[in-house]
Design a protein around this ligand. Structure first.
Ligand SMILES: Cc1cc2nc3c(=O)[nH]c(=O)nc-3n(C[C@H](O)[C@H](O)[C@H](O)COP(=O)(O)O)c2cc1C
Length: 381
C-alpha cells in the first residue's frame, strides 16, 4: 500500500484539486479542446474512441472535447464533430461509455458555431475555405455579410429568425450533452468563430441591437450563454472560452473581454478559458511561452472567476508557477499533450505530486518516483 503523505500532496499547486462551479477536478491540468476533423456528418467514430480514450488516461484533471457544432452549417470543416442529430448523440454515447468505463477523468465539451469560418478544409488539406459551389462546401452564416478574408465567399448575415435558430441549436445541443452525462459545457466564443464574430467590431458591422456599442455586441453571446445555462442541469457548470484580444488595432481587446467576463459572471458562468486571436488574417500576435497568461491574470484579478490559461505552456515548472503565483487557476494544454499524452504523469514526477493512473499501468511507475500513482498497490520497477 502506498503511503500518501499530505506533504507530498501539498508540494504542487498544479496538482491541487479545483472546483469549476459545482464540478470537482482532481488537478489543474486541462486538456484543451482540439478539433480532429475526423467525424462523419458530425458523428464520431473509432478515431474519437482511440483519441479521447488515450487522453482520458493521461492523468489530467479535465478533458474538453473538441469544438462541437450545434448545427451542420456551424461546422468548421465537413469532418467536424457535431451534436445536432440523433446519430451524433448515439456516436458520442458510444465513445463516452467506453471512455468512462476506463477513466474517472471529468469530461466537458466545447459547443460552438463556426460562423463565417465554416466550410473550410481540414488543416492537413490546407485549411482554406470550401466555396459553397465546390463539392462538400456550404454557405456560411455570420453577424454580417463580411468574409473572413476578402477573397472568400461572403457569409449570409443572420436575421432575427436566423439568430433564434442558432440560439435554439445551442439549447438543443446542451440538452443532448446533458443526456450524455457531459460534466460541463464550454461555450466557444473565441478564435474568430460565430460568437467571437459578434463580439468583435472587425466582423460585426450590424446596425441593429446586436451591433455597434459594446453592450450591443455582447448581446447575442450573452443570450446564447443564458439559453445554454438554462438548458443544462444547474449542478453542472457552463463556462466560456474567449479570445482576449484580436491582436488588431481597433479590434476586440482585453478591456472588452473583462467587461464580457463580468457580464458572464453575473449570469452564472463558472470560469473563463482565456485564449486570443482568430478573427482576422491581419492579426499580429506576439508569440512566446505563456503569451496569453497575462490576459488570464487580469481577468482573474478583476472578475474573480476561475480562469484557465492556455497557449504555449509546455513545461511543468512553468505550469506550476502560473498556478502557484495566482496568474490562473488552471492551465490547459493542446499541442504539448498531443505530443506527450502522459504529460501529467511526467509533470507529477517532476513536481513531486501524484496522478491517477490505470491499474493496468501501475507497474510502469519508475522506482525513483515512488508514490507517483495515487493508490497504486504495487509496481515500482
Ligand atoms: C489540433 C488542434 C485542434 C484545435 N482545436 C480547437 C478547438 O476545437 N477549439 C478551440 O477552442 N481551440 C482549438 N485549438 C486551439 C487549442 O485549444 C489551444 O488554444 C492552442 O493550440 C494553444 O495551446 P497550445 O500552445 O498548448 O497548443 C486547437 C489546437 C490544435 C493544435
Amino acid at each position: 500500500m502506498s503511503i500518501v503523505s499530505e506533504t507530498t500532496k501539498s508540494k504542487s499547486r498544479l496538482f491541487e484539486p479545483l472546483r469549476i462551479g459545482p464540478l470537482h477536478i482532481d488537478n489543474r491540468i486541462v486538456i484543451a479542446p482540439m478539433c480532429q476533423y475526423s467525424a462523419t456528418e458530425g458523428t464520431p467514430g473509432d478515431w474519437h474512441l482511440i483519441h479521447l480514450g488515450h487522453l482520458a488516461l493521461s492523468g489530467a484533471g479535465l478533458l474538453i472535447i473538441e469544438a462541437t457544432a450545434v448545427e451542420a452549417e456551424g461546422r468548421i470543416s465537413p469532418g467536424d464533430l457535431g451534436l445536432y442529430s440523433d446519430a451524433n448523440e448515439e456516436g458520442l454515447a458510444r465513445v463516452l461509455k467506453a471512455t468512462r468505463a476506463q477513466s474517472p477523468i471529468a469530461i466537458a465539451m466545447q459547443l460552438g458555431h463556426a460562423g463565417r469560418k465554416a466550410s473550410s478544409r481540414a488543416p492537413w488539406e490546407g485549411g482554406k475555405q470550401i466555396r459553397p459551389e465546390e463539392p462538400g462546401g456550404w454557405k456560411a452564416y455570420a453577424p454580417s455579410a463580411v468574409p473572413h478574408s476578402p477573397t472568400e465567399d461572403a457569409p449570409i448575415a443572420l436575421d432575427a429568425a436566423g439568430l433564434a435558430r442558432v440560439r435554439d441549436a445551442f439549447v438543443a445541443a446542451a440538452r443532448r450533452a446533458a443526456r450524455l452525462g457531459i460534466d460541463g459545457i464550454e461555450i466557444h466564443a473565441a478564435h474568430g468563430y460565430l460568437l467571437h464574430q459578434f463580439l468583435s467590431p472587425i466582423a460585426n458591422h450590424r446596425t441593429d441591437e446586436y451591433g455597434g456599442s459594446l453592450e450591443n455586441r455582447l448581446r447575442f453571446p450573452l443570450e446564447v450563454f443564458d439559453a445554454v445555462r438554462k438548458a443544462f442541469p444547474a449542478d453542472r457548470p457552463v463556462w466560456v472560452r474567449v479570445s482576449a484580444s484580436d491582436w488588431v488595432p481597433g479590434g476586440w481587446d482585453l478591456d472588452s473581454t473583462v467587461a464580457f467576463s463580468q457580464a458572464l459572471k453575473a449570469r452564472g458562468c463558472a470560469a473563463i478559458h482565456v485564449s486570443s486571436g482568430g478573427v482576422s488574417p491581419q492579426q499580429a500576435i506576439t508569440l512566446g511561452a505563456g503569451y496569453q497568461v497575462p490576459f488570464a491574470e487580469r481577468i482573474k484579478a478583476e472578475v474573480g472567476l476561475p480562469t484557465i490559461a492556455v497557449g504555449l505552456i509546455t513545461e511543468p515548472r512553468h505550469a506550476e508557477a502560473i498556478v502557484a503565483d495566482g496568474q490562473a487557476d488552471a492551465v490547459s494544454l493542446a499541442r504539448a499533450i498531443l505530443y506527450d499524452p502522459r504529460w501529467p504523469w511526467h509533470a507529477a514526477a517532476e513536481l513531486g505530486a501524484q496522478v491517477k493512473a490505470p491499474h493496468q499501468y501501475w507497474r510502469s511507475q519508475p522506482r525513483e518516483f515512488k508514490d507517483l500513482f495515487e493508490n497504486a498497490q504495487f509496481g515500482a520497477r
